[in-house]
Design a protein around this ligand. Structure first.
Ligand SMILES: C[S@@+](CC[C@H](N)C(=O)[O-])C[C@H]1O[C@@H](n2cnc3c(N)ncnc32)[C@H](O)[C@@H]1O
Length: 495
């Protein structure tokens, strides 16, 4: 403070000196030699701008700061705590709470660590070691073992013999179970039928199937690159177009265009006349050409149904390369199975991606192989009813179907019948578990429950394209649109 005051005095004296008027030249008692031009020129004093210096400002700043601190430290009326006091209290309370919490966590962690340590110290040590090869019986110290004397190993041998026999029995049981889940019988399995002009074809059971029975096993018709985000990547689209063109150039051309008329129309191929299409649709040699197990049993598609479906399809007059690419991409979005994902998931439930479109998806999604199957890709989607909850309308595919208010009696009846609703099939792609007979990339369709002859085969596509209007039995019977309005379908906006 003393130093600041002294600096202030010095500065003040300096400013005062500079402010004094200059004496006339003649009154000067000192002579300047600064100029070589003599004394006849008038000399002005240099005008040096000097600031007051930081200490002055600091000193001046201290005054309002002190007033402010004084003001916030004063208690309020009626002995109310001062603002400063309240502020400190608030900070210390928050800090104290954090401190207490971290202390508490730390103590709990230390206690747990101590407990675990005691547990490990106190745990009885394993006193036996698995011998991994027979010669290990003979290993051991030769100390104190007289020549020709060996430890009696009868009990050890009996133990391992028993273990071996138990293992063999377990394997035999597993094989017996596997033989029950043998490859689909080489018997009529499915026929193709028509569902509605909006849904198109579907696949129907050609005989009764028991729960878990394999229905058919089919090789892929087309395989192409596929991006799980369905992004319109050029390589990916070219691969799809190539794959479709390869089919069109081969012996499957007719069956591919009849089975998938919408794609054919977009690529410029008009739907075949009904007589021609009917022969192909009913022919095991055509529709069943990719079957490995199970037989194709014909078609129930009538002329009216066929025409109601195909007459709606706009046939592109001269589709450009871009049009064909887009048509193929769209087709893959809706009909392809993501082989890698399905293989990972084993029996497919929600994993495969028959219609899993994610609009606007970009780079970064994994690109791998996807397959289109001639029969497998004709199986329609059915939502899985939720087994719990009080809503008859809620179904597994969508969080967007909101609960409808239902009576408890209604909800319990929905629960009890849920096992007979929903998709009746599941699929597996490639060999997995007991379905060792399935070849890589081949699809095998399995009954999830008993299926009667004539029943439509369905499964849960999992994710679905935004705006997909589902017309499956689950949605129609959910009463979402009220009695009699089920046919309107429900707008599934999932994904
Ligand atoms: C994998 S394909 C199934 C075969 C298709 N019905 C056909 O005739 O080509 C999927 C397409 O079938 C239709 N589809 C399948 N299940 C449906 C459902 N539950 N509700 C409405 N349309 C469905 C949709 O047009 C969908 O894009």
């Amino acid at each position: 403070m003393v130093a600041a005051m002294s600096a202030f005095r010095q500065r003040f004296a300096q400013v005062a000196r500079q402010a004094r008027p200059l004496r006339p030249n003649g009154a000067r008692n000192t002579r300047s030699y600064a100029s070589s031009h003599g004394e006849h020129h008038e000399h002005h004093a240099h005008n040096v701008e000097e600031s007051l210096g930081i200490p002055v400002y600091l000193t001046l700043g201290v005054i309002p700061a002190s007033i402010f601190v004084y003001w916030i430290s004063r208690p309020g009326q009626d002995g109310e705590l001062s603002t400063m006091h309240k502020w400190f209290q608030k900070i210390s309370k928050e800090y104290g709470r954090d401190w207490e919490q971290s202390n508490h966590l730390m103590t709990a962690a230390i206690e747990q660590a101590a407990h675990d340590r005691h547990l490990l110290y106190g745990a009885p040590r394993g006193r036996h070691f698995e011998l991994t090869y027979p010669e290990a019986f003979g290993h051991g110290s030769q100390m104190n073992v007289p020549a020709g004397h060996y430890i009696n190993l009868d009990k050890v041998i009996a133990h391992y013999q028993k273990q071996h026999l138990d293992d063999e029995a377990r394997k035999a049981k597993k094989l017996a179970a596997a033989s029950q889940h043998s490859a689909p019988q080489d018997a009529p399995a499915v026929r193709v039928g028509f569902v509605s002009p909006a849904i198109g074809y579907g696949l129907f059971a050609a005989r009764d199937f028991a729960k878990d029975e394999f229905i058919f096993h089919e090789a892929p018709m087309m395989t192409a690159l596929f991006n799980e985000k369905f992004s319109a990547d050029k390589n990916l689209m070219q691969s799809q177009v190539r794959s479709y063109r390869a089919v069109l150039a081969g012996p499957s051309r007719d069956v591919a265009t009849v089975a998938f008329p919408a794609l054919a129309a977009r690529t410029g191929i008009a739907p075949a006349p009904f007589e021609e299409a009917a022969d192909i649709l009913a022919s095991p040699a055509e529709m069943g050409r990719y079957l490995v197990h199970g037989r194709f049993a014909g078609s129930t598609v009538t002329r009216e149904e066929y025409l109601s479906y195909t007459s709606r399809l706009p046939v592109a007059a001269a589709p450009s390369e871009k049009d064909v690419r887009e048509a193929c991409l769209e087709f893959f979005k809706q009909y392809a199975f993501d082989v890698r994902r399905a293989a990972r998931a084993g029996v497919g439930t929600a994993a495969a991606a028959a219609a899993a479109a994610v609009p606007g998806a970009g780079a970064g999604a994994a690109t791998h192989r996807a397959c289109i199957y001639l029969l497998g890709s004709l199986i329609n989607h059915c939502c899985t009813p939720q087994s719990t909850g009080a809503s008859t309308a809620s179904i597994s595919c969508s969080g967007l179907i909101k609960s409808t208010s239902t009576s408890s009696a209604k909800s319990s009846s929905s629960r009890s019948s849920s096992s007979s609703k929903g998709p009746n099939c599941s699929w597996r792609i490639g060999p997995s578990g007991l379905a060792h007979f399935v070849k890589p990339r081949h699809i095998c369709v399995q009954a999830r429950r008993a299926i009667r002859e004539g029943e439509q085969l369905t499964w849960d596509y999992g994710k679905r394209e935004k705006g997909f209007e589902c017309e499956c039995d689950t949605c129609r019977s959910s009463g979402w649109f009220g009695p009699g309005l089920g046919n309107l379908g429900y707008l599934c906006t999932v994904l």
